[in-house]
Design a protein around this ligand. Sequence first.
Ligand SMILES: C[S@@+](CC[C@H](N)C(=O)[O-])C[C@H]1O[C@@H](n2cnc3c(N)ncnc32)[C@H](O)[C@@H]1O
Length: 294
Amino acid sequence: MKVYPTSSTIHTVNASRIQMVDNLITFIREANELLQKELDLSPANQLVTRIISQLSLQLRSHYSPEEIQTVLSNDYIRMNQRNLQDKLSEAECLVELSDSRDICKSESSVLDILTKLPYWNIYKALVSQELTRLRQFIREDVQTEKLPIIFVGSGPMPLSPIILHLLGDVKIICLEMDSAAYDASCILLERLGLEDNVTVVMGNGSEFDYSSYRQIFVASLVRNKKEVLEQIIRTNSDPLVAVRTAEGMKKIMYESIDESQLNKQGWRILGRTCPEENLVINSTLFLERGTNPR
Ligand SMILES: C[S@@+](CC[C@H](N)C(=O)[O-])C[C@H]1O[C@@H](n2cnc3c(N)ncnc32)[C@H](O)[C@@H]1O
């Protein structure tokens, strides 16, 4: 016999969901206040590491569209989201920088260490999904498939570019604007013996000339995606862009693309990859030049 919930059980469930959303907003506020106050956002600061992993875990839970809307439209969240993302992005880059330097100090095989990292499989799942979609959009155009891919915002430990190269058998040009991240990634790639196939260029994605490339990736932690996309469309006549964005509650952590503006900015959405629950946190949008004149 099927048991239907009574109105009082529905009421209790709703009340506890409302309380849970309130608690989440309070927690995001506490996390933001802590991150704004702490001077050291490196992994050496355990307070910072702990609060970020709690936040990340909470944002990966399942929420209804209404709950997401309630959190994202909360006044405190709206006013502080950008500053919170800046701190989270700084902390994530510092973790990568520290990991990258530690790995390079080790005597063991760098590739062995990388493939045993807890997040290696997450990156592999994400990049493999992206590569499959990208190949569908270039429609078996062998010429394009073999052209180097440019990856904007590769970071101190360019796992996505490395995996793109290994899975796609294609040269990757990494674009990185931070000098510490640039140095660390060059050393890591040299230790991997990949320096001829995955090369790093120092520069900002919002100023780079993309005219020699067709396939362009934009990392999720790139902080000025709108300007980067503007520069791509300004300098490239036929770009195929894979830009990582965030959906739902994950917009708290990562800068998302305002899809309602893309058409006006000259883009057409070709497709997307979707996050896999508890594995891949980002989704990726695939863009090409639209018919709408700019
Ligand atoms: C921490 S990494 C993340 C990349 C990640 N390791 C991956 O493989 O996907 C993000 C990097 O993007 C860089 N970055 C952010 N905005 C950028 C831009 N507009 N141009 C170039 N690099 C950028 C930051 O300096 C940072 O090192």
